[in-house]
Design a protein around this ligand. Sequence first.
Ligand SMILES: NC(=O)c1ccc[n+]([C@@H]2O[C@H](COP(=O)([O-])OP(=O)(O)OC[C@H]3O[C@@H](n4cnc5c(N)ncnc54)[C@H](OP(=O)(O)O)[C@@H]3O)[C@@H](O)[C@H]2O)c1
Length: 272
Amino acid sequence: MNVYFEKTHQRSFGTFPLHGEALSSALRDALDVGYRAIDSAQMYGNEAEVGAALRAAGVPRDELCLTTKIHPENFGEDKFLPSLRESLDKLQVEHVDVLLLHWPPMDGDVVPSVKRLEQAARLGLAKHIGVSNYTAAMMRTAKAAIDTPLVTNQVEFHPLLDQRVLLRAATETGIPLSSYCSVARGEVFKYPIFGEIGASYGRSAAQVVLRWILQTGVPINTMSTRRENIQANFDVMDFTLSSVDMDRIDAMTATGYRIIDKKLVPFAPVFD
Ligand SMILES: NC(=O)c1ccc[n+]([C@@H]2O[C@H](COP(=O)([O-])OP(=O)(O)OC[C@H]3O[C@@H](n4cnc5c(N)ncnc54)[C@H](OP(=O)(O)O)[C@@H]3O)[C@@H](O)[C@H]2O)c1
């Protein structure tokens, strides 16, 4: 089974942009609530702090599903594996559970970095590999370039953005999507529909949004600094949105609200 569909790993705890006490306190709460899938990245500059917080929490290593991501500046042959070994040192682990390429390469040729990712898996430095912020065309190219399965394309995914092109590519290639910016960094709360639907299930707007993502077949990645939100975001497995409510939320994707784009990340690809 795909690692993000095992155990509690459909619900990852994201660590961007956390540092210092905010990071250690949020991670302590997340582990206490029950999260075991933790998402970091070289780009976040917090791998050493994540490693220290996980070590201090004392959760057995084999319970954790630790994801990190290679910075595109480290995709070259001379930097890829050394940068990964540095990440492992910082995280205080022998391997990560999932290693992602954080972005497509700046020159647009995905094949060399995807092959290096596969090499990292063959060396035992990553149990599973995947990509992030890939377009549908890049997903197809990556799949064709290597033999090792790609376990995810982690992308911006929430009810205010239409990602049907990527969902179709996920089905076609067998590379499932996983979400980031799952509550659109709070933008979803401007739309009363999520709270209204939640009222009929005794759930919050955030829980409705996350449940919609999960029922769309997409594992979620959420970040919060507040214990009550960390708990609420985890408590989304014991109710089911009706097909009528799923359809109403599907219709919201026409809003076309995208957070992460070329304005924020100049080397972002032209998204589908
Ligand atoms: N692959 C990539 O390129 C990429 C890009 C962006 C993010 N990510 C990953 O995805 C993770 C999550 O994405 P994100 O943090 O950008 O966006 P997000 O989860 O949509 O938004 C986080 C914000 O939403 C608030 N929030 C969370 N749960 C809430 C709830 N139940 N009720 C009310 N407010 C809530 C949090 O505030 P409070 O702290 O006040 O709760 C926080 O300010 C990141 O931490 C990172 O690991 C990956």
